[in-house]
Design a protein around this ligand. Sequence first.
Ligand code: NAD
Length: 515
Amino acid sequence: DGLTAFRGEPLADFTIADMRAAFPAAIAAVHAKAGRVIPLSIGGKTIETADRIPTVNPANPDEVLANVCQAGISEVDAAIAAAKAAFGPWRDKTPRERAEVLLKAAAIARREIVALSAVQVLEVGKQWDQAYNDVGEAIDFLEYYAREAVRIGTPRRMGREPGEKNHLFYEGKGVAAVIAPWNFPLAISLGMASAAIVTGNTVVFKPSSLASLIGHGLVDIFKEAGLPDGVFNFCPGRGSVMGDYLVEHPAISTIAFTGSMDVGLRIIEKAAKVHPGQDYCKRVIAEMGGKNAIIVDDDADLDEAVLGVAYSAFGFQGQKCSACSRVIVVDSIYERFTARLKEACESMKIGPAEDPANAMGPVVDASQQAKVREYAALARQEGKILVERGLDAKGYFAPMVVVEGIRPEHRLAQEEIFGPVLSVMRAKSFDEAIEWAMSTRYALTGAVYSRSPRHLEKARKEFRVGNLYLNRNSVGAMVARQPFGGSKMSGVGSKAGGPDYLLQFVDPRVVTENT
Ligand code: NAD
C-alpha cells in the first residue's frame, strides 16, 4: 500500500535544547492572544453566537484565554445538516484518499507540536512534558488510524465455493457525534474524530468547555489538511443545553464519547430511544472512568515502585482516567514502602505548569478543586493522613493527599476522585491485594510491582482490567503498543489505538455474486 510501518512519535525530551527553548516562546504567544473569540465552524463556515463561555488559565483564573461561542439547538441542527450533506461523497472516497487527509493532519500537528502543547499548559494546567506527549499521542492516532483504515479498507474475499464470489467490506455509517473530555484534550478528541472520519463518517464535534481552545485546534488542522467542508464540524456547547439534543438527534448514527461514567451511562440510555425520523440504531462507544490500583508486592523493587506510584497518582494532578488512586501494599513491606512514598511525595514541587520545575499544578477548575477538598476531608474521617500538601496561591490548586488505613468498603476506595488523592491500603497477602484491586466496579488500568513469577502470572489472569502493567507505572499507554480502554463500568469501547477500534465506526457489508 506504499505506507511505511507505523512508528510512534518520540516522547518529550528536554535534554534537547531546541525543545526546551521553544516552550517559553510558545507559551508567551498563547498569553499574547488571550481574550479572543472562538467561533463555531459548521460546513466550513465560521459562526459566532451570543452565548459564550470564557476558558481560563487554572493557575490564574483571571486570565481569560478565549471566549468560546456556544452552540444552541439551532446550531446543532445546522452542524448535523452540514455533516449529513457531506456524508455521501465522503463515504464514497477510497480509504486511501481519506487516509491521506489524516497523514497530512499528522504532519501539520507535528510541525505545530510545541504551539499545541503550549495551549494545554495554559488551558488545562498540563506539565510541559505531559502536554507534549498528549500532542504526540494525537499524531500517533492520526498515523495509526490512517494505516488501519487502509488495512481494513480492502474488500475481503470470503469462502472458495465454485460459482460464487463473496466480498466482505466496511462502510461509514453516517453522522457521528464526538463528545470529548478535557483531560487529554487533543489526543482523545483527535483520536475519536479521526477514527470516525477515516472510516467515511462525518462528524459533529463537541469539545469540553474546559478545553475548547485546544479543541478548536482541530478546525485549523483539518482545514489545512484539505478535509472537505462539512466532514468535520466544530460545535462547542453546554452539555445542559445541547448535550441531550445532540445525542437524541435522529440523524446521528454513532456517538463516540469519552468522559465520566455518569454522563456515559446517560448517553447510552438516551441513545437507545428511537425518535421519529430516525433510521439508524445508534451505536455508542463510551470510554469512562476508573479507580485504578497499583499493587506493591513484598519483594518489589522499591526504587521503581515508589516513583511509579507517585508519578501515576500525581502526574497531571491525578486527572487521568489511568491515574493510580489506590496503592495496595503487601503487609511485610508496608512500613518501608510508605516511608519512602511519603518522602517522594513531599519532594514534588507544586505550582503552575508554566514553570517546568513544578511536578504538580492546579486542577482544572473550581468544581474539581472543591471536589478534591471534599475528598481530603473524607480522607481524614475514613483513614489517617500520611501526606497533605497544598499551595496557598491564586488558582485552582487542590491539596495533594496520601491517606492510609483505607479498606475496600470505604468511599475513598470506591469512588473516582479524578484528582491528587491517593489511598493506601494494607493487604495481608498478595492474594488479598488482588481481591481488593478487583473490588470496584471499574476496570480500566492497574499495575503490579513484584519479582515473583508466580504472582505476576496470577495478576495476568486475575487482575482483570483493560490495561495491566507489570513492573511499571500505570499511565501513558502508547498507540499501537498498548491499545487502551477498560471494561465493566469503565467503558464499552474496544481499545483506542488498537486494531479493533475502527470497526466500531463502520457497517460491515457482504456482496455475493453468482458467477
Ligand atoms: P464529563 O463526563 O464531565 O464530560 C465529558 C464530555 O461530555 C464533555 O464534553 C461534556 O461537556 C459532555 N457532556 C456533559 N453532559 C452531557 C450530556 N448530557 N450529553 C452529552 N454530552 C455531555 O467528563 P470530563 O470531566 O470531561 O472528563 C473526566 C472523565 O473522563 C473522568 O471520569 C475520566 O476517567 C474519564 N476519562 C476516561 C478515559 C478513557 O479512555 N476511559 C479517558 C479520559 C477521561
